[in-house]
Design a protein around this ligand. Structure first.
Ligand SMILES: [Zn+2]
Ligand SMILES: [Zn+2]
Length: 83
């Protein structure tokens, strides 16, 4: 789902949203693209593979990254309203 989010730094509505994943085994918290390793998902900290609906990984929020200036920020309560 594509959502338009305004960047708090440059005000551009070019931010891409992503899930923020918490790996329960090693307590790593990061955006879902940090876990992608080409073929599947792997934790960048402990290097364990993650599976779909992995019991040891949970989504704790929604983050966004501005494609123009690279700023990363967390969406408040994960809800984005359509303009
Ligand atoms: Zn991990
Ligand atoms: Zn920006």
């Amino acid at each position: 789902m594509k959502r338009h989010v305004s960047c708090p730094v440059c005000q551009a509505e070019e931010a891409e949203t992503h899930d923020i994943v918490h790996h329960l085994i090693c307590a790593y918290v990061g955006p879902d693209y940090d876990f992608e390793d080409g073929e599947g998902y792997r934790c960048p900290k402990c290097l364990r593979a993650l599976h779909d609906h992995d019991a040891y990984a949970e989504i704790v929020g929604v983050g966004a990254r501005c494609t123009l200036c690279g700023t990363e920020f967390v969406m408040p309560d994960g809800i984005v309203q359509d303009m």
